[in-house]
Design a protein around this ligand. Structure first.
Ligand code: ADE
Ligand code: ZN
Length: 335
């Protein structure tokens, strides 16, 4: 259990969030409000009944409910409202900068136009209280052709996204499946990241690096099963966007005390703490920091390192990055 003074320090420190699926920030109350606004029928009678269904056994059991929840999003204002709610909540946790994932195929497959999705999310990012940019994720359970078509749809909106990612059901959908679409994205100058080593084996982390040439690994907690890969990723300074509450809720680790975050840091890896799908996993950024610091041997030096890692790994222009890092160092110097 961390002491109260460390808790306050961690809560108030400036931080960046690099792994948040905007559809995973949709709180049950907003799902019901949007369902009513849009005349969408939900299979749960009440907010409480929906929340009670958030008992996951693995990634797929979560994804089934997550995609059902997103079905209430129809209009640009819905995407705006969801994104603005997240940005305000993140600001309260002293998140200064967020790099936000969105899943266009979850919506275009239901007939919602790509422009509706991106324009709503992007307008909120421009008007919201913190710095924010967008990473478009391809759903790995869908065919490569669908990812290629999604990239085509994104081209008129190139200026609204900073990069692309890869999410959804990991096992059975290795990074190699998306080699061509990621090559096209890199040629467009987009940053590239991918979920790898959440449920999938370390080999998926290696192919995300070698085949997709990703700049960050999302999750990546299974990397420690491969010592050579661990040394390589640490040496290269490639960040891992770790999501502690997500990993426990999806049974990647049986309890927070068994999470390998300290071992990742001890191996020299640039780990960061993030919320993944905060409405589904029990909390936003500070809840993730507090849960990890409560259960694991993490102290003041780890807090500063995690805050620094988050800005260091961000896709920010050098001057903005240096300013945020200076803010972190000033914050810790006055403690
Ligand atoms: N989509 C939303 N959250 C995800 C996660 N944790 N892993 C893979 N895909 C996701
Ligand atoms: Zn994720």
């Amino acid at each position: 259990m961390m002491n109260e003074s460390l808790r306050q320090i961690v809560r108030a420190m400036p931080k960046a969030e690099l792994h948040i699926h905007i559809e995973g920030s949709l709180e049950p109350e907003l799902i019901f409000a949007l369902a009513q606004r849009n005349g969408v029928k939900l299979s749960y009678p009440t907010v409480e009944a929906l929340r009670a269904a958030y008992a996951f056994t693995d990634l797929q059991s979560f994804l089934d409910i997550y995609y059902a929840g997103a079905s209430v999003l129809l209009h640009e204002q819905d995407f705006y409202d969801m994104t603005m709610a997240y940005l305000q909540r993140a600001a309260a946790d002293q998140v200064r900068h967020a790099e936000i994932f969105f899943d266009p195929q979850t919506h275009t497959e239901r007939g919602v136009p790509f422009a509706t999705v991106i324009n709503g999310i992007h307008r909120a990012c421009q008007e919201g209280p913190i710095s924010a940019s967008l990473i478009m994720c391809f759903l790995r359970h869908l065919p490569e052709e669908s990812a290629l078509a999604t990239l085509e749809q994104a081209l008129p909106h190139r200026d609204k996204i900073i990069g692309v990612g890869l999410d959804s059901s990991e096992v059975g959908h290795p990074p190699e499946k998306f080699a061509r679409v990621f090559a096209q994205c890199r040629a467009l100058g987009l940053h590239v990241v991918a979920h790898a080593g959440e449920e999938g084996p370390p080999a998926y982390i290696a192919s995300a690096l070698d085949v997709l040439q990703v700049e960050r690994i999302d999750h990546g907690v299974r990397i420690l099963e491969d010592a050579a890969l661990t040394a390589r990723v640490a040496q290269a300074g490639i960040a891992l966007t770790v999501c502690p509450l997500s990993n426990v809720k999806l049974c990647v680790f049986p309890e927070m005390g068994a999470h390998n975050l300290v071992q990742l840091l001890d191996a020299g890896l640039a780990a960061t703490i993030n919320s993944d799908d905060p409405a589904y996993f029990g909390g936003y950024m500070n809840a993730n920091f507090e849960a990890a610091f409560d259960a694991l041997p993490l102290g003041l030096a780890h807090a500063q390192r995690l805050a620094r890692n988050s800005f260091q790994a961000a896709f920010l222009p050098p001057a903005a990055k240096q300013a945020f890092l200076a803010e972190v160092d000033t914050y810790f110097a006055q403690i």
